[in-house]
Design a protein around this ligand. Structure first.
Ligand code: COA
Length: 260
């Protein structure tokens, strides 16, 4: 598929999605959110894609937030709709994909940008990255899941401080907070994400999809994560990947997972 603000490229099991509005620091306007939904959906349905990496174009920004120019004149109803539609189309959608999604945070990840990175399954960052939820400085609150996912990742007190001060933290502090898993120089960022992706790809993609479901269940209201784990664990026993994984182990050879 052809996109205007997003590039999607596949190589050896990895689909890299790049948000491409560098003049606006990759800010998420409505069209970009829709294109990102389509690009993620396409990659997730592609059997050859085992891992998705999302990053921003240029060397300055991952995403500098939701596009402020698009919502500055919104009323209460439009504001609620913006948040609900965005969560549905992109942020919750990404979090619940079967395919692992790594955010490669290559610069500013602010507001909706940090919220997008937090909706991904985990994050790596470059040394120049700066992260924050500056919404209260605009008279609004994070609306793409930030008030929920930031405390899940860094703890309530740190999330409260970040949201109330509207300040930015640097990559080192983000690492310290557990917001990102690794920090490297900018030119090493994609190679690092690809290296982690290739480790992930050695394992059963079917099992990984079920693990994502079970882990996510811990953060969903009204769900008993242990019960979800039991169900997903049981389901693994009916997969070809399970037969191959256990057989290969017993035969002392490397598993070749069919992904079924
Ligand atoms: N929405 C819309 N446009 C944005 C944007 C956003 N969230 N973030 C950056 N841009 C645009 C700027 O308006 C500017 O456009 P212009 O050249 O047409 O004037 C362009 O991107 C470059 O940004 P600029 O502010 O000139 O870069 P900078 O290096 O001086 O500052 C930031 C970088 C990230 C500190 C600054 O752009 C910023 O604070 N952005 C908004 C962050 C924010 O509040 N996000 C949360 C939104 S809810």
């Amino acid at each position: 598929m052809n996109y205007e603000n997003v590039q999607s490229a596949h190589l050896k099991g990895i689909t890299t999605i790049t948000i491409n509005r560098p003049k606006k620091l990759n800010a998420l306007n409505k069209a970009t959110i829709q294109e990102l939904h389509d690009a993620f959906d396409e990659a997730n349905k592609d059997k050859a894609t085992k891992v998705i990496i999302i990053t921003g174009s240029g060397d300055k920004a991952f995403v500098a937030g939701a596009d402020i120019s698009e919502f500055a004149d919104f009323d209460v109803k439009e504001g609620s709709k913006l948040s609900a539609q965005g969560q549905d189309l992109l942020f919750d959608f990404v979090e619940n994909l079967n395919t692992p999604v790594i955010a490669a945070v290559n610069g500013f990840a602010l507001g909706g940008g940090l919220e997008l990175a937090m909706a991904c399954h985990f994050r790596v960052a470059s040394t120049n990255a700066k992260m924050g939820l500056p919404e209260t400085s605009l008279g609004v609150i994070p609306g793409y899941g930030g008030t929920q996912r930031l405390p899940q990742l860094v703890g309530k007190g740190r999330a409260m401080e970040m949201v109330m001060t509207a300040g930015m933290i640097d990559a080192e502090q983000a690492l310290n907070y557990g917001l990102v898993n690794h920090v490297v120089e900018q030119d090493e960022l994609l190679p690092l994400a690809e290296k982690i992706a290739s480790k992930i790809m050695r394992n059963s993609s079917v099992a990984i999809g079920k693990a994502i479901k079970a882990i996510n269940a811990n953060y969903k209201d009204g769900k008993d994560g242990y019960k979800v784990e039991i169900k997903q664990f049981g389901k693994c026993f009916g997969t070809e990947d399970f037969v191959e994984g256990t057989t290969a182990f017993l035969e002392k050879r490397k598993a070749e997972f069919p992904g079924e």
